[in-house]
Design a protein around this ligand. Structure first.
Ligand code: BGC
Length: 343
């Protein structure tokens, strides 16, 4: 049997749809999944512009989709914690083999060799298709009542890791957070910092009358269009351009901690080493997320402002991928393709 899949044809440099073989019935420790929803993010756009990524070995086609909500069809032998009908979110990264010290201690997100694979990104097919096979240890259980927002678990896992790192690196009790970027990651970060008692401002390019600015204000956040004169104890860059990363570092209060999540291109510019040193400030980069960060994401999602969460999501049909991956940004930052609705 064959199934529909959306992906990148690396031989002809084309984004498109293909019929691919369905995965086999699950073996020991494996789980067969039916994909319900697939989210699209900036990484998918980078991939479609051939900025990075790779198909699985021996293939020229990479099935896209690393943000997914799936339903268990069948659990193989030895899988005690999942049953048909359960909802799960797959972890994106698979440990390198043989495992490096980080991968061996369960921190594949801190892989030292760079020889990991990431479903839908590098070296392994993703979930923009109808069925998938995974090992049970790569799946995170999601309660059914979170089904409508659980597509946000994967981006939130990335935020959880960065928030935990920022709070751990701060030498006192941080009170204020400033988030650059009002995309999915920025807005989820605002929610996560507030959940930990910080006073949060989001600063982004969108004008003050943009829907995202309105949603944030309505949810109780301060919103400012860039540039800002504010400083904060924790500053998180979730915007992308290097200019945002420089602005983020400059916005640090004494003892401030700055996390870089979006700016992934090298760039020349003014870096405030003097205030970094004299202010005992810290700057870190963060990518991907540990299995624990995924679990924290599920817990936090249940506590977050559900109205704001649902405003982030824009549901689309399976076949609308050219528009969601290559088309212009829409007010709702998270396009979500409906592959199969729940029963
Ligand atoms: C994903 C991460 C991944 C990163 C780089 C992000 O979009 O959320 O899991 O590590 O892209 O490939």
């Amino acid at each position: 049997m064959r199934m529909r899949a959306v992906g990148l044809d690396f031989a002809n440099r084309r984004l498109g749809e293909r019929m691919v073989p369905e995965p086999p019935w699950p073996g020991d420790g494996e789980v067969l999944l039916r994909v319900r929803y697939v989210g699209v993010c900036g990484t998918d756009r980078f991939l479609a512009f051939w900025e990075f990524g790779a198909p699985p070995p021996d293939s020229d086609f990479l099935i896209l989709g690393h943000e997914a909500l799936c339903e268990v069809v069948e659990a193989g032998r030895g899988v005690a914690n999942l049953a048909p009908g359960d909802l799960v979110v797959p972890i994106v990264r698979r440990p390198c083999q043989p495992p490096c010290a980080s991968c061996a201690r369960g921190r594949r997100d801190l892989c030292l060799t760079g020889r990991y694979t990431e479903r839908g990104i590098v070296g392994a097919d993703g979930y923009f298709t109808e069925y998938a096979l995974d090992r049970a240890e790569d799946l995170i259980f999601v309660p059914a009542e979170l089904a409508d927002v659980a597509i946000l678990v994967e981006p939130l896992s990335v935020v959880e890791k960065a928030v935990e790192t920022a709070l751990r690196l701060h030498d006192d009790a941080p009170r204020t957070a400033l988030v650059f970027g009002a995309g999915t990651i920025g807005i989820l970060a605002a929610l996560a910092f507030r959940e930990r008692g910080l006073e949060v401002t989001v600063c982004s390019l969108e004008p003050e009358d943009h829907p995202r600015a309105g949603w944030l204000r309505e949810a109780g956040f301060t919103y400012e269009q860039v540039p800002t004169r504010r400083t904060a104890d924790i500053v998180l860059e979730a915007a992308g351009p290097a200019a945002a990363a420089f602005a983020a570092v400059r916005a640090l209060a004494p003892l401030g901690v700055c996390g870089i999540l979006g700016a992934a291109s090298d760039a020349a510019g003014d870096f405030p080493f003097r205030s970094l040193l004299l202010g005992n400030q810290r700057v870190f980069g963060s990518v991907n997320a540990s299995p624990d960060a995924f679990r924290r994401a599920v817990e936090d999602l249940a506590r977050f402002d559900r109205r704001l969460l649902s405003r982030l999501i824009r549901r689309c049909r399976f076949e609308d991928y050219v528009e969601t991956i290559l088309g212009p940004a829409q007010p709702a930052p998270k396009p979500v393709h409906v592959v199969a609705e729940g029963r």
